[in-house]
Design a protein around this ligand. Structure first.
Ligand code: NDP
Length: 316
């Protein structure tokens, strides 16, 4: 059943650095933005330990702390930060419609999409089981590597992320086994060479994960198969890290917005504009290249400025 329809000037969907920065700028421009936080308030950075590369924090800051500060700054200027999940949108008319948790309908003059991206998993039942149990499956070495100090771990993936994470883990763990499904890395030469030249990283090419093994609570080993020889064997490990890329959280927009084949929203070059007037995009939902907190914040600022200019042009 639908509640009373609310009409607003500016809706921000998502609460990472892009969304909160858009909130800071939009509220200071008297757009009275409403920001829906989604299911992971604060976004991906809330699963990150230390952020050392965001300008202005010379000693570093934890991801959750930084997100709370950004949220407080957005609220200070009047951003209406709400819990809720946008489940449906309709961008077919002059007024953009969205639905919160399937029921509440909001009509928006402008929308800033900052829904970010989520880590991909293999989708194996055993992987999901130990992920949900918190028993040794992770998609973030920087967040969880600490728990596997002096232990043996397995990481799957062959891109820059996997190499970066494998190298990070090699400094904490006694051994890192890296599973590469083809006979080459996708990663850049420099990143691949870094793992190749690290003594406690063993790289298994042409190797795929069959199953994550455990005692019902914790991971104990990973069953792998060589896809050339079909030989199957177990690798003892207490941690299983997945680094096979990210998926942008853009499914609900696919009927209305131009996207690439992965689902990243295509913005007009040099701006946050999408193919729909009044709908803007910021952060990782449109960025598979940089994916940094600082670039997300920068594009959040751009989206708010673009939305403000759009409203000003409409009013004149
Ligand atoms: P990528 O899409 O580049 O790589 C994903 C990797 O995961 C590929 O090697 C792929 O294998 C592998 N993979 C995918 N699905 C499976 C599966 N089901 N089983 C096994 N392996 C699988 O993602 P990244 O997150 O690594 O990088 C994304 C972007 O971010 C890139 O542009 C990258 O350059 C950039 N980046 C840059 C960094 C830096 O420069 N410091 C750090 C991190 C990311 P296959 O190769 O066989 O397809």
């Amino acid at each position: 059943m639908s509640e009373t329809i609310e009409s607003i000037k500016c809706l921000i969907i998502g609460s990472g650095p892009a969304g909160y920065t858009a909130g800071i700028y939009a509220s200071r421009a008297n757009m009275f933005p409403v920001l829906y936080q989604g299911t992971q308030p604060g976004g991906q950075l809330t699963t990150t330990n230390e952020v050392e590369n965001f300008p202005g924090y010379p000693e570093g800051v934890t991801g959750p702390e930084m997100m709370l500060e950004l949220q407080a700054q957005a609220k200070r200027f009047g951003t209406d930060v709400r819990d809720g999940w946008i489940t449906k949108v309709d961008f077919s008319g002059p007024i953009h419609k969205v639905w919160v948790n399937e029921t509440k309908e909001i009509h928006c003059e402008t929308i800033i999409i900052s829904t970010g991206a989520s880590a991909k998993y293999l989708g194996l039942e055993s992987e999901q089981k130990y992920l949900k149990l918190g028993g040794g499956v992770s998609a973030c070495a920087v967040c969880d590597g600490f728990f596997y100090r002096n232990q043996e771990v397995v990481i799957v993936g062959a891109g820059d992320s996997a190499c970066e994470e494998a190298h990070y883990l090699s400094k904490l763990c006694s051994k890192v086994t890296m599973l590469v499904r083809r006979d080459v890395f996708r990663a850049s030469k420099i990143m691949a060479n870094r793992v190749i030249n690290t003594d406690n990283i063993e790289i298994l090419f042409n190797t795929e994960t069959e199953e994550v093994l455990g005692d019902g609570q914790l991971v104990t080993a990973v069953k792998v198969k060589n896809n050339k020889t079909n030989v199957v064997h177990d690798i003892a490990a207490t941690g299983f890290f997945v680094a096979i890329g990210h998926k942008p959280n853009t499914d609900i927009f696919k009927d209305f917005l131009e996207m690439d084949e992965t689902g990243y929203i295509i913005n007009r070059p040099g701006s946050s504009k999408t193919n729909v007037e009044g709908v803007f995009v910021s952060g990782d939902a449109a960025d598979h290249v940089y994916r940094q907190a600082v670039t997300a914040a920068g594009t959040g600022c751009m989206a708010a400025l673009d939305a403000e200019r759009y409203l000003a042009a409409k009013a004149s």
